[in-house]
Design a protein. Structure first.
Ligand SMILES: Cc1cc2nc3c(=O)[nH]c(=O)nc-3n(C[C@H](O)[C@H](O)[C@H](O)COP(=O)(O)OP(=O)(O)OC[C@H]3O[C@@H](n4cnc5c(N)ncnc54)[C@H](O)[C@@H]3O)c2cc1C
Length: 452
């Protein structure tokens, strides 16, 4: 075995959770390797063009001032994005430029001393007893083996944990179907002036919505995939971001299904994009500027951890002594079988049932135990595949929350290296104490109200 292939910690997957985990672990002195299949970090935010950031949002009930429930590495990223002019617009205060984000992640990882290996796919796990001894990586160099004391599975799909025999469930309980997939796209050269004048994204969408509904009802447009126009502002002139395509009854764990989803998603992107150009005044000079290089996958595996987060925890605003992240993002299920989302009230487009998130001003916490399992003690799963039901995962999965959970896991795993033990032995109560902002009121820094 090559000496340079030995690390204290290997983080598999460079999405929001993996980046934050690797930075936190390396800053605590652990020799950390991050392995990512693409040539950049960001996961869904960069490869699938997912935008804007959610999970941090907090609105002070008394002053109506926007704030954040999440600080740490996430806030560092946001501050750097803001300084470099790639964060926030008046219509979408947490929208970001993903090209800048790739660069900022590279810089933060490098400054923290993380070894990064792009273009490398984790394809196997070798176990000694119940522990992972090494992982196999496929790349242009063939198959290589990398060893570590502890592994952080941030693949989004719990690939490493699953290969190590950690039990998991897929999708919803009744039939195993997962949330719909989406191929995100951007429209360029959009006349955004009227939209910006409305002052918020719901009002901006409402300008386009009647055109969409009329075209559907008159049969001029056949678009049975979404029942309302769903776009966000983007922090660059004349560009809008569309989360509008929908591919149902496909699995993110099947290459055949993923292929089908890519092709169908691109078809839907051109269908709706060309209709917008032909039929609405704001888009008459527009064009499809970019289509995500991979279909957006919202859900695959959920590990069976030491604690499984439920929808009751989300709705009640449950707190835990080992809570390591907090959020008030709602149960946001993109219908696994159709156009109308589960949480939407039929006939009230865009309306959300009020009890699908914690009470106003409140938040729920994510317990450290939901990242751990009792089958393989040296792997932790702090990504969207953590232990949660289909419903609860639909709230936790968003990207600011993923930064927070990943950071907590990085802290925990670095401590397990220091103690020469497995991450399963680390106390969640101790991890919580390492994240001081969790015991404070939400952050009302002006950054959450300012626009690029
Ligand atoms: C269409 C869509 C819209 C969404 N909208 C929003 C939104 O508006 N706001 C929001 O905050 N969140 C949104 N989300 C949710 C959010 O994007 C994801 O849940 C979040 O990115 C998950 O973070 P993660 O770190 O767990 O995984 P990911 O972001 O999926 O990152 C996983 C990383 O691991 C890498 N990887 C996977 N397997 C391997 C392997 N075997 N070997 C090597 N590398 C591997 C991947 O390339 C990727 O970089 C949306 C998701 C989708 C799909």
């Amino acid at each position: 075995m090559l000496k340079e292939n030995k690390y204290d910690i290997i983080v598999c997957g460079g999405g929001p959770s993996g980046v934050a985990a690797a930075i936190a672990a390396a800053r605590r002195g652990a020799k950390t390797l991050l392995i990512e299949r693409y040539g950049f970090c960001g996961g869904m935010s960069t490869s699938a063009l997912v935008n804007p950031w959610s999970g941090q949002e907090y609105v002070d009930p008394e002053t109506n001032k926007r704030g954040s429930l999440i600080e740490g590495v996430f806030k560092e990223v946001v501050l750097k994005m803001h300084t470099n002019g790639g964060f926030g617009t008046s219509l979408a205060p947490s929208a970001f430029d993903e090209e800048l984000l790739k660069y900022i992640y590279d810089t933060l990882l490098s400054d923290a001393g993380v070894h990064v290996r792009y273009h490398s796919y984790v394809q196997s796990v070798q176990k000694e007893g119940d522990r992972i001894a090494s992982i196999g990586i496929a790349s242009k160099e063939g198959i290589e083996v990398f060893c570590a004391q502890n592994f952080i599975d941030c693949t989004g799909d719990a690939d490493v944990a699953a290969m190590a025999g950690v039990p998991f469930e897929v999708g919803r309980q009744e039939d195993g179907l997962t949330q719909a997939m989406t191929v995100s796209f951007r429209m360029g050269n959009v006349d955004k002036e009227d939209m910006i004048a409305t002052g918020n994204f719901r009002a901006a969408r409402a300008l386009v919505e009647p055109y969409f509904q009329k075209a559907l009802s008159k049969g001029e447009l056949h678009y049975p995939y979404r029942n309302f126009i769903h776009f966000y502002d983007y922090p660059r002139p004349n560009i809008l971001h569309f989360n509008m395509t929908r591919i149902t009854e496909v699995s993110g764990l099947s290459a055949i299904d993923l292929t089908k989803a890519e092709i169908e998603g691109r078809r839907q992107a051109f269908l709706i994009g060309n209709w917008l150009i032909k039929s609405t005044p704001w888009f008459k000079n527009a064009y499809i500027e970019k289509i995500a290089c991979q279909v957006g996958v919202r859900e695959t595996r959920h590990i069976k951890g030491l604690y499984t987060i439920t929808s009751e925890d989300i709705i009640k605003g449950q707190k835990f002594t080992d809570g390591i992240a907090r959020s008030r993002y709602f149960i946001d299920i993109h219908n696994p079988t159709g156009a109308i989302d589960i949480q939407q009230i039929p006939g009230e487009k865009g309306a959300v049932k009020p009890n699908f998130g914690p009470p106003p001003g409140d938040y729920y916490e994510i317990p450290f135990r939901s990242l751990l399992n009792n089958v393989c003690p040296n792997v932790i799963v702090p990504c969207r595949a953590l232990s949660a039901t289909h419903e609860a995962a639909a709230a936790i999965r968003v990207m600011a929350t993923m930064h927070a959970i990943g950071e907590a896991a990085g802290i925990a795993v670095a401590e397990s290296v220091r103690q020469n033990t497995d991450v399963l032995s680390i106390s969640g109560e101790w991890v919580r104490k390492q994240i001081p902002y969790l015991s404070k009121s939400p952050d009302l820094d002006k950054i959450w109200n300012s626009n690029a």
